[in-house]
Write a protein that binds this ligand. Sequence first.
Ligand code: EPZ
Length: 417
Amino acid sequence: MDKILVRGGNPLKGTVQVRGAKNAALPLMAAAILGEEPVVLHNVPCLHDIFSMDKILAHMGMAIEFTGRAMTLDPRNFGTPEAPYELVRKMRASFFVLGSLIARFGRAKVSLPGGCAIGTRPVDIHLKGLEALGVKICIEDGYVIADGKLKGANIALDFPSVGATENLMMAASKAEGITRISNVAREPEIEDLARLLNAMGAQISGAGTDLITIVGVDSLGGAEHVVLPDRIEAGTFLVAAVATRGDVTVQNAIADDLPVFLDKLEEAGATIEVHGTKIRAAAPNGIKAVDFSTRPHPGFATDLQAQMMTLLCCAEGVSRIKETVFENRFMQAAELVRMGADIDLDGNTAIVRGVKSLSGAPVMASDLRASAALAIAGLMADHGETAISRVYHIDRGYERIEERLASLGGDIERVRE
Ligand code: EPZ
């Protein structure tokens, strides 16, 4: 088991390249199931979650070639519409293959993904939407068994679920007739999926708004597509820069994908400069407390909440953070308190009282974004070493994060236990 060791005190300086978005690449890979010809994706990040999705699709018969950051997915020998538990449990986003499998085969058997550290993460919105499209759904031995000919329908989501929006877009792209889905997720990754599906021959409009209209087509072809940059990775590096009082430019980032987050960083006292696809962050005069609530896009991204909480641990004043998207996404708080932070939790609200400094300590990663937050905390600490265990969490969503933070001057390394 690897560990990441961090010693604080070095302000991060320089530039870092943002990779392709994990949360775009995963549904884009699932969309390849729908086509009759190969799909080629560029700018695919080399992450454990991508390898897990690769394994699940290959298990079902997709021929995949992944070299460098280019991935070719050839569905021409795609066989069984079944995604087994032992593969799905490793990466819950594999549930996003359900809509495509039903659209291709008229049936599917996909393991329920189960919960994870940040919440129970049910899939009721996915299943209700598929039933509205005429699919018969039953749950047997932990599997979703789906069967039926997809017919266009008007669907209103109870919550703008990202995964449900993506599953339903893929299913409806080959349904008979028109589908209108309201109260949909508006994340940039949804727009990226619509771009690929339309390039394959789908007729989807409204992605990025709260109403998506899909005119079903009989078949979809192949396409070539560049995965959009990872806004969460960009935000993570920007927080690290500000938290260490450094000055970092992230390249290949899209500021419009981080509207509220960048405003909050500036409100906290950071200087943010945007030049095309470069975003520069520095914090010459320290950080002051801010309040924020996570919200579906274009609100403050829940995937940046743990990183922002970490920054605010050493802000001047008291910050109030509300996590409205997931029911258990403050697990980093207990680890931050071990490092000297002053945080009280009350349900989905965290009160963070700024302290002068953090000190290094052995800590445990609990989920992907919390582990990135702990690396930032270690870089902020003004004495002591932080040893982060269970780093497989961090490898799910960040490519060699310790090397890239070290390239910015961070005293951080990975050691094999
Ligand atoms: C996607 O997860 C992302 N994952 C998550 O990123 C991200 O945090 C989340 O969207 C919110 O932005 C991928 O894209 C692979 P949701 P998803 O469905 O689709 C509830 C990361 O760190 N809900 O929008 O699973 C759910 O419990 C990961 O990269 C239902 O109740 O998120 C949650 O409270 C973590 N029923 C809320 O909605 C459903 O059927 C948002 O979930 C579906 C969701």
